[in-house]
Write a protein that binds this ligand. Structure first.
Ligand SMILES: Nc1ncnc2c1ncn2[C@@H]1O[C@H](COP(=O)(O)OP(=O)(O)OP(=O)(O)O)[C@@H](O)[C@H]1O
Length: 271
């Protein structure tokens, strides 16, 4: 396949046929700048429900900035200016009636470094439930078991729920953080390089978990690892210098990209 193939257009819009898809998140004309320096430019894309969507692209292209925007993590940064809209189930996440705490319950986020709280395994998972209040011990026990099972960790920890979360391995800690996020029943799970600090076996467990979780919720994954994007995602968005270059079904984007820029990136011709 030639990079300079004349059949490739120079630019493209976002390109999934959504008629057959129900979208969970809609990003419309999103631009974002840090202290006047553009990080995202006029991004428009829809994130399909109950699918895994990966954001890929070179370092600094804006993947994490975009992910953080989806649960308003930029709110407290006074240097951030943005325009455009992000809709969750059709509602603007910046609308005055939207409480940030409720948005972050509905849109959970897991970061690169596992960050369990300095408390027991059980208490980590129960943390958000206790904040919500009004739950009986028995019901909480059931949800903790369900969340740990959903995160593929229950069988490894069921006999030591009172042990410190920090006694777990890095991979187990990351699955615990996912369980903690799942316990409050989010609709969307944002994952920012969730396996990049883990060993290969733990990485495979996280990838299997991601694939399994899409029956329960919508997942958005930022990854530097293109093989990982190809293994776990249904759709892939390729970003470059804050722009959405190409977006489509993962199989197609990796085997038959529409644009030479995408092909250069996925074939390693451009770092
Ligand atoms: N808090 C911040 N303040 C100022 N500039 C920032 C901030 N966070 C990110 N940037 C800048 O915004 C641009 C996009 O960064 P971002 O972290 O979103 O990219 P990325 O694609 O996730 O990169 P990487 O793959 O290296 O994590 C970069 O130029 C970065 O330096």
């Amino acid at each position: 396949m030639s990079v300079s193939s004349p059949s490739r257009p120079a630019t493209a819009g976002p390109f999934i046929d959504f008629e057959s898809h129900d979208s969970c998140l809609e990003i419309e004309g999103l631009s974002l700048a840090y202290a006047g320096k553009a990080a995202l430019s006029e991004l428009t894309l829809k994130v399909p429900r109950h699918r895994v969507t990966a954001f890929i692209g070179p370092s600094g292209c804006g993947k994490s900035t975009l992910l953080r925007a989806l649960n308003r993590l930029h709110d407290l940064n006074e240097e951030v200016d943005f325009s455009g809209r992000i809709l969750l189930d059709g509602q603007d996440i910046h609308a005055p009636e939207v409480a940030v705490s409720e948005l972050r319950r509905r849109v959970g986020m897991v970061f690169q470094m596992p960050n369990p709280f300095p408390m027991s395994i059980y208490d980590n998972v129960a943390f958000g439930l206790r904040l919500q209040g009004g739950m009986r011990k028995r019901q909480m026990d059931d949800i903790v078991e369900w969340a740990l099972s959903s995160a593929a960790l229950w069988h490894e920890v069921k006999d030591r729920l009172r042990a410190s979360a920090w006694s777990l391995s890095g991979g187990q800690q990351q699955r615990l953080v996912i369980a903690r996020t799942l316990a409050v029943r989010p609709e969307v799970l944002l994952l920012d390089e969730p396996a990049s600090a883990l060993d290969p076996i733990s990485t495979l467990k996280i990838e299997e978990l991601i694939r399994n979780l899409k029956t329960q919720l919508t997942l958005v994954l930022v990854t530097h690892n293109m093989q990982q994007a190809a293994r776990v995602s249904d759709y892939t968005a390729f970003l470059q210098e804050g722009e959405l270059v190409e977006y489509g079904a993962t199989d197609t984007l990796f085997t038959n990209p529409r644009l030479a820029r995408t092909e250069n990136y996925i074939t390693g011709r451009m770092a």
